[in-house]
Write a protein that binds this ligand. Structure first.
Ligand SMILES: *[C@@H]1O[C@H](CO)[C@@H](O)[C@H](O)[C@H]1NC(C)=O
Ligand SMILES: *[C@@H]1O[C@H](CO)[C@@H](O)[C@H](O)[C@H]1NC(C)=O
Length: 492
């Protein structure tokens, strides 16, 4: 792991040290574009047809648009790649284009090819993002003038440096109209983190901006993906640091799949996950990943953020609800290792009542619903429970259980506690028939993030709350819970 990370960092930092600032003179670089100005594009735009087939557009000769098959009554999506190490178009570009075309049918998909400007030292490539942004702005302006193509029907999707390019394209188009939507897929961090909104992707660049942050793990003060929020909705899957299935352990799997390319694939795995999460949202319409507004990942892990009131939750990817607001919203979610990535989020709230002996319980829990059973999962409560306490945590499952009906709980004890108990028994002259310590569990509340349903579980028998080590206890919906639900149904 560390070898690889050091390699990446050395690569990145030496690239960074070769150039200083990318911020040039803003007066020169920004400003309203002039339509008649003969703009020679440094980027190449290709209309995606199918498979590997594309048709190159010449923004100066707009008849090429129609002969390529551009249909001005359909919306336009422009995909823009990022920094290039080898000068080759990465394979996800065509995959995303094909998926968009297939899922949306009546759409123009254009690929920005800025490989010659991207296959440079990182700071040079980063500096070139303004040039490419300007090229896109010119293309859009030509479309506006010659086809009355409205900017609000344009959706720019940019990966890494391409995200900032899309932002610059938006900011060059100063007029009453704005680009409809910009999606930043793990927008690049180095040389953009902490910059003013005019020097990176920002919510001002389009009517609606969303971003997916997947590789913000920081090393020597730098992260590949930008950490700060840059959109109206910023998604941080799995906290945004790195992604499940992208560990170095998986390098062997990658090498067997991609050959030696697997090495590079592993380096890019978390960064590129942003793209595959987006593709997933187009491919698996019935498995849309839901994300929840939260202050940070540790609060999210406690399960306290699974709230959808006041637009606190939203769908990750193409089908996001486009609600605009002044401030950036940070949304969190957990995902699986491979497509479909969707996981179901459950918040657990266990009430411990009058717990006499301080315990750090290790529990095995299973849930049964009307559709599925969860199977066993473990909960390690790494806190001492004493007196009356509520412990809250997040559980994710890869299946929808339906309405929750039953919960089974077993206290596995803890290695530490067993040792302690052995010692305590030696010191304290308890009789042989003395009761062993018990865990006093009151009711358990479970809230499903995806359905917003709350269920309260009570112990099934009247001996109720007390759970001994290795004893399995069954909890069912509390009576009040069932009748309340019943009443609600009748009222509805
Ligand atoms: C353009 O797309 C529309 C559907 O949005 C279709 O009805 C029309 O025939 C297309 N035009 C051409 C020239 O293909
Ligand atoms: C816990 O709450 C119960 C009432 O629900 C009360 O009788 C008991 O004294 C409380 N225990 C502690 C340790 O606070």
């Amino acid at each position: 792991m560390s070898m690889l990370k050091i390699l990446c960092c050395v690569l990145l930092t030496c690239h960074l040290s070769m150039g200083k600032k990318i911020r040039g003179n803003r007066e020169d670089q920004r400003g309203v574009l002039r339509v008649n100005e003969l703009h020679v594009s440094s980027s190449v735009f290709r209309l995606f047809l199918e498979g590997e087939d594309t048709c190159t557009l010449d923004p100066l000769q707009l008849h090429t648009l129609t002969s390529c098959g551009f249909n001005s009554s359909n919306p336009l999506i422009i995909i823009t790649h990022g920094w290039s190490l080898d000068g080759m178009m990465e394979s996800w570009v065509h995959r995303l284009a094909a998926t968009l075309k297939e899922a949306l049918t009546d759409v123009n998909v254009v690929i920005t090819d800025w490989l010659t400007l991207a296959h440079q030292h990182y700071p040079t490539a980063a500096q070139n993002t303004r040039t490419v942004g300007k090229d896109i702005a010119h293309l859009l302006q030509s479309l506006q003038v010659h086809f009355q193509f409205p900017l609000k029907r344009v959706h720019l999707i940019g990966y890494s440096l391409g995200a900032h390019i899309s932002g610059f394209a938006g900011s060059y188009l100063e007029g009453s109209q704005k680009i409809g939507r910009i999606t930043g897929l793990d927008p690049a961090g180095p040389l953009f983190e902490g910059m003013s909104p005019t020097d990176r992707l920002s919510p001002d660049d389009a009517e609606f901006v969303d971003a997916i942050h997947t590789f913000t793990h920081e090393r020597m003060g730098l992260s590949v993906g930008i950490k700060q929020a840059v959109a109206h909705f910023d998604f941080y899957p799995n906290g945004g640091n790195y992604q499940p299935g992208c560990d170095l352990q998986d390098i062997y799997e990658h090498i067997s799949t991609y050959g030696l390319l697997g090495f590079q694939q592993t380096v890019k795995c978390s960064h590129e996950r942003s793209v595959h999460l987006f593709i997933d949202s187009l491919l698996n319409k019935d498995k849309q990943s839901m994300a929840y507004r939260c202050n940070d990942q540790s609060a999210f892990n406690k399960g306290i953020c699974l709230d959808c009131r006041k637009n606190r939750c939203n769908t990750l990817g193409y089908n996001i609800r486009k609600i605009r607001s002044g401030t950036s919203k940070r949304l969190y979610l957990k995902t699986g290792q491979r497509m479909p990535y969707k996981l179901f989020h459950y918040q657990f709230r266990i009430h411990f009542v009058n717990q006499m002996v301080g315990i750090e319980p290790y529990l095995t829990v299973s849930l049964s619903g009307t559709k599925e059973d969860s199977g066993d999962f473990n909960i390690d409560i790494a806190e001492t429970i004493l007196g009356n306490e509520t412990y809250t945590f997040l559980i994710t499952l890869d299946k929808d259980l339906g309405d929750l009906m039953m919960l089974k709980l077993r206290w596995e004890g803890s290695a530490l506690w067993k040792k302690m108990w052995g010692r305590v028994q030696n010191f304290i002259p308890w009789g042989r028939g003395q009761k062993t310590p018990v865990l006093s569990v009151g009711h358990i509340r479970v809230k499903a993030g995806e359905t917003q349903e709350r269920t309260t579980f009570c112990a099934m028998t009247n001996d109720g709350q007390e759970v001994e080590v290795s004893q399995e206890k069954t909890f069912v919906r509390c009576k009040e819970d069932t009748s309340k639900k019943h009443r609600r149904r009748i009222h509805n």
